[in-house]
Design a protein around this ligand. Structure first.
Ligand code: ATP
Length: 589
């Protein structure tokens, strides 16, 4: 991936959410603290009971009191546990929800360049796997870290003040080893986890591409090759996962070993102190219990390092996407314009795609007045769609090269510009939704009559009413249940219903027969008498009635005029007419 010069490190995306939910985190943390404080009382009570029993004059009512207190503490612990779980885990889900919305909202604002550089599968992995790791970090990760630290501090304090400073110091000698190990392992896990997430993203890309391109895979009988390639990607993902697991598998037993060492020391040294009478038996029992209470934080440290490392690695991947700046935005010079009439002037437009050394458009100049139709023809790859990309501002054209109603296109609010253009793209993408919702996609309010009218003008109404669910028929992913021609015509209806000031048809009737094409073009002509229409085509019949026709070759306008004048010029246009007529005659035979 090329570095983006416009990239600007944003302030941590999580800070906003920590600020927003500070109350939730505070309540959660206070409840956690309460649970820990209550837990600390359990060894005190057990110690009291042990000492009481050992004294020989312990009364049953005392014992009952202590047991009831224990029960009460247990009940309170359960209540406060519920509160912290609800506040902290619930909040982590809220943050995940917010981040996912932020991510999607941000993606919607990014330019085509970004999507050309990032694969869908990779972006999907960000929205699923990475977000999951971030949620684990802000929920269980934060919680366990706080819990482990608080419990550790409180337990050690209790050990020192209630029992013995010496015994405590001896018991906690091995514990710093865990902290040192944590730093070392944390760093390694983070690096390996990043690799693991990238391997998963790569695998997602592959699955997504294979499902989208299933027809091509089958048609070229490439199933076995694709399965083999997938196996390799899957194996890479497995290996990267194993590298993380191995590290974690070493880390956990090491932490347990250190804790075990601590317990062994306490049993030995503490037992010796009890025998000497330096501490009571109750103290010894309580101390052992305190030490056992430290086992959980020690294990939790390991988990925390793991979860936090995963979360931080994912956060950095996630942040990279959020730091991408939308490039196509309203500039400061944008004018207050509510609508567009449709006079287009293109003046010496030269453009090359970012990173391409070639001129995809070279000195293009053409004028289309409101109400006129411009036809564009040219060999494949000559720059026709690139010109449309400029008009839609999918990429920014140089200033002073395209004017609509005498206003530089760069100064027209992006929303107004795109609302004013009805675009029928070459790939006729349809959403997995009903036909009526696909047609009404670009309009805020509409009615069944308008939808039907647009479908009739696009000559697809008769096909639609033959489906059992008519306009409520759901089209499959990318409209696979429809024929190419039906998809094209639904896309045309989607643009027509907007009744746009400028309509652009990019090779949009190529999949329909010439009769249907003629009917559609007649409807468009009738409906759009006083509006601007741009038609790109390979078939001369599609554009021959246009008011103006330009022929583009290698990014340059090489011929322009009306159909008749272009035929007279006997250039590329004339050759295309000749060739297509010959093909027609051959078809007839
Ligand atoms: N996003 C892009 N980044 C870099 N180069 C691109 C991009 N899109 C198109 N091109 C290049 O720009 C040139 C013009 O492409 P364009 O899609 O405008 O051609 P076209 O005339 O519409 O072709 P067709 O008739 O096949 O649709 C081609 O050489 C193409 O490879």
């Amino acid at each position: 991936m090329k570095p983006n010069p416009k990239k600007n490190k944003s302030q941590g995306v999580l800070i906003k959410y920590f600020k927003l939910y500070k109350f939730h985190f505070l309540v959660g943390f206070l409840s956690l603290l309460t649970v820990d404080l209550f837990q600390l009382q359990i060894p005190v009570i057990t110690g009291n009971i042990t000492d009481g029993l050992q004294s020989g004059n312990y009364e049953f009512s005392n014992l009952l009191n202590q047991v009831l207190t224990l029960l009460l503490i247990g009940l309170l612990i359960a209540c406060f546990r519920f509160i912290w779980r609800y506040f902290i885990f619930g909040t982590s889900r809220k943050i995940e929800y917010g981040l996912r919305n932020d991510f999607f909202g941000h993606l919607e604002k990014l330019s085509l360049r970004f999507f050309n550089e990032h694969k869908t599968g990779d972006l999907m992995a960000h929205a699923t796997n990475d977000l999951n790791a971030i949620r684990m970090m802000v929920g269980p990760g934060v919680l366990m870290s706080l819990d482990a630290i608080t419990l550790c501090v409180l337990v050690i304090y209790q050990m020192i003040t209630k029992i013995s400073l010496n015994l405590t110091l001896v018991a906690i000698i091995p514990l710093p080893l865990i902290a040192i190990g944590g730093i070392f392992f944390g760093r390694a896990i983070r690096a390996r986890f990043k690799d693991k997430q990238e391997a998963f993203a790569h695998m997602s890309e592959m699955v997504q591409e294979n499902i989208s391109g299933v027809q091509v895979v089958k048609a070229f009988v490439q199933e076995t090759k694709e399965i083999k390639a997938f196996n390799e990607t899957n194996k890479n993902n497995y290996d990267k996962n194993m590298r993380v697991i191995k590290l974690f598998a070493i880390m956990n037993p090491l932490a347990m070993l250190v804790t075990g060492l601590s317990i062994a020391i306490v049993l030995g040294y503490g037992g010796y102190m009890t025998m000497l009478g330096n501490i009571t038996l109750g103290d010894f029992v309580a101390f052992t219990q305190y030490l056992l209470m430290l086992v959980w934080p020690m294990i939790a440290f390991g988990w925390c390092i793991n979860i936090m490392s995963h979360g931080l690695a994912s956060l950095s991947r996630f942040q990279n996407i959020l730091d991408e700046k939308p490039e196509i935005i309203d500039e400061e010079t944008v004018k207050q314009i509510d609508s567009i009439k449709g006079d287009i002037v293109i003046d010496n437009l030269t453009f090359n795609y970012p990173g391409s050394g070639l001129k995809e458009l070279d000195n293009i100049s053409v004028t289309v007045n409101k109400g006129e139709t411009l036809g564009i023809v040219g060999r494949t790859g000559s720059g026709k769609t690139t010109l449309v990309n400029m008009l839609l501002r999918m990429y920014n054209p140089p200033r002073g090269t395209i004017f609509i109603d005498d206003v530089d296109i760069m100064d027209i609010p992006l929303k107004v510009l795109r609302h004013s253009i009805g675009y029928v793209p070459q790939d006729n993408f349809l959403f997995s939704d009903t036909i009526s919702r696909n047609i009404a996609f670009g309009v805020i309010e509409t009615s069944d009559e308008y939808i039907e009218c647009a479908a009739k003008n696009a000559n697809v109404h008769d096909n639609i009413i033959e489906f059992s669910n008519k306009y409520a028929t759901v089209v499959g992913e990318r409209g696979v249940t429809l024929s190419g021609g039906q998809k094209q015509r639904i896309s045309i209806a989607r643009a027509l219903i907007k009744d746009p000031a400028i309509m652009i048809l990019d090779d949009s009737v190529s999949a329909v027969d010439t009769n249907t094409e003629e009917q559609i073009l007649n409807h468009i002509k009738e409906e759009r008498k006083d509006k601007t229409t741009i038609i790109i085509a390979h078939r001369i019949s599609t554009i021959q009635n246009s008011d103006k026709i330009i022929v583009i070759d290698e990014g340059k306008i090489i011929e322009s005029g009306t159909h008749d004048s272009l035929v007279e010029q006997k250039g590329l246009y004339y050759n295309m007419v000749e060739k297509q007529q010959l093909e027609k005659e051959l078809e007839k035979e």
